[in-house]
Design a protein around this ligand. Structure first.
Ligand code: FES
Length: 180
């Protein structure tokens, strides 16, 4: 019998029991662990709660580090590699600490046809960075993302937690002025 590091499933049991995970230095609070259990109970398969729990991890830890992936994996009895695949598939999970604001412009078909390339070029010019980067002062992280399901108001972007619709360069300028 191995006396090394506890298995993933043992660690998951420990976390479900409300114990801190010895393999990581980050952890949710007791209240957050209660919320994880509540979310997991909403799905026939507890893994259905993985995306909202990853959002909770991002809000709590600032971004999804490899350590955070490993920690969340223990909560779901999943391998860290599986969680890593999920995190890298979705553009709105950050693997590095993002800027104070996140401007994510949709560049999918409807937005593309409605002028997203011009909006993206305008943002590149105004911010002085390419999509995927953060301004030097840490004010804005600029992303291009796939369809955010607001095609009827294309071109659009998500700015922090709100949708900004029917974008124009002038509207972008006003939005940027409001981001401190
Ligand atoms: S294509 Fe941009 S929101 Fe759907």
């Amino acid at each position: 019998m191995s006396h090394g590091q506890p298995s993933t499933s043992n660690r998951a049991s420990a976390v479900r029991a409300g114990l801190s995970d010895p393999a990581t230095t980050i952890s949710f609070s007791e209240a957050q662990l209660g919320e994880v259990r509540r979310l997991q109970s909403l799905y026939p398969d507890a893994r259905g709660a993985l995306l909202p729990v990853l959002h909770m991890a991002q809000e709590t830890f600032g971004y999804i580090s490899l350590e955070a992936e490993e920690y969340v994996a223990t909560l779901f009895d999943l391998s860290p590699a599986h969680v890593h695949e999920v995190v890298t598939f979705y553009t709105l999970y950050f693997r590095e600490r993002p800027g104070r604001h996140v401007v994510a412009v949709c560049h999918n078909l409807s937005c593309h046809l409605a002028g997203a390339p011009g909006i993206i070029a305008h943002l590149k010019d105004k911010l002085g960075i390419d999509p995927g980067a953060t301004t030097e002062d840490g004010r804005v992280t600029f992303l291009t993302v796939e369809c955010l399901c607001a095609c009827e108001a294309a071109p659009m972007a998500q700015v922090d937690d709100r949708y900004e619709l029917n974008l124009t360069p002038e509207k972008i300028d006003r939005l940027l002025e409001g981001l401190r």
